[in-house]
Design a protein around this ligand. Structure first.
Ligand code: NDP
Length: 295
């Protein structure tokens, strides 16, 4: 069994991006920029936004966090997005979700210019992904594919079974693996909570992608020998031996499944670190593609 070290790969990607940005700087050129927009007081969102912004700073990217109170209106938020849609210094716009309840998330996502949609949540980005056009792919699915690439895992004609059909993980990774491209071209099955016998499907997986949000749900008897396991889940479970009183586990019972797997991602340190790395990568891509043409 080989461990897929997402932390190591994410560090490599950040270093590669930093080198490219250092080169731009040495040539006196502008650098890519990401603006993160946060509305409301959600503590987890505040932590996510500050870690994304810190990651930008570390590689020399321009970054700014725009914070607004919970009372901020939908219209005011749309106006802020419109301002950044035409700001040449910011190539990526990230609106941290969830938003306060009175704000319609779909309207906000649709207000972001598809040229700056580095989270890949805009319907145009999702549509382009489905029809196989070059686009911004949301960061967690893009990170999963990048891990498969960097470990040279053959996906061509392999049976990928995705458990979970969310808009941010399950559906985009299924569409990504279905594309007629390198490190894709797979036979894809998507499962969800209506599956009466989930293991009937998971046992057929050459590559199993678990994005369920249920601690250690995938057990040894649910996978076949030699499976490649990508565990997206991040779940907190009680742990009296830990000073925090809890520990983080994935959707896969790691030790027992690892014994049968050919490759497996750990939690933490697998898919998780890739998400921010791919956000940086998408922002760099936005700069390269549209840096000179932003409205
Ligand atoms: P959602 O809750 O949006 O989706 C979970 C999916 O799992 C749903 O499609 C649901 O089915 C399905 N599901 C739930 N229970 C079962 C079951 N018993 N059998 C089969 N399918 C089931 O979660 P997300 O996709 O947002 O996230 C999934 C996990 O990944 C979470 O632990 C989350 O924290 C983590 N995550 C990690 C990220 C990272 O590493 N950076 C980023 C995003 C998420 P149904 O549609 O029928 O309800």
């Amino acid at each position: 069994m080989q461990l897929i070290d997402g932390k190591k790969v994410a560090t490599e990607i950040r270093k590669e991006l930093k080198a490219k940005i250092d080169e731009l700087k040495s040539q006196g050129k502008p650098v890519p920029g990401l603006v993160a927009i946060l509305a409301g007081e959600n503590p987890a969102s505040q932590i996510y936004v500050s870690s994304k912004s810190k990651a930008c700073e570390e590689i020399g990217m321009k970054t700014k966090v725009e914070k607004f109170p919970t009372t901020f209106s939908e219209e005011e938020l749309i106006n802020v997005i419109k301002k950044y849609n035409s700001d040449k210094e910011y190539h990526g716009i990230l609106v941290q979700l969830p938003l306060p309840k009175h704000i319609n998330e779909n309207k906000i996502i649709e207000a972001i210019s598809p040229k700056k949609d580095v989270d890949g949540f805009h319907p145009m980005s999702i549509g382009n992904l489905v029809i196989g056009k070059e686009t911004f792919v949301s960061c967690t699915p893009a990170g999963i594919q990048e891990l498969l690439k960097r470990y040279y895992i053959n996906t061509n004609g392999k049976h990928v079974v995705v458990v979970g059909r969310s808009n941010i993980v399950g559906k985009p990774i299924a569409n990504l693996m279905l594309q007629k491209k390198y490190y894709a071209n797979s036979i894809v099955t998507v499962c969800h909570s209506a599956a009466e016998d989930l293991s009937y499907f998971t046992k057929q997986a050459d590559i199993l992608i678990a994005a369920i949000g249920q601690p250690e749900m995938i057990k040894r008897n649910m996978v076949k020998e030699g499976v490649v396991v990508i565990d997206v889940g991040i779940n907190r479970i009680e742990d009296k031996n830990s000073s925090k009183g809890y520990r983080i586990v994935g959707d896969v019972a790691f030790n027992e499944v690892a014994a049968k797997a050919s490759y497996i991602t750990p939690v933490p340190g697998g898919v998780g670190p890739m998400t921010i790395a791919m956000l940086l990568s998408n922002t760099f891509k936005a700069y390269k593609l549209y840096g000179d043409t932003n409205e």
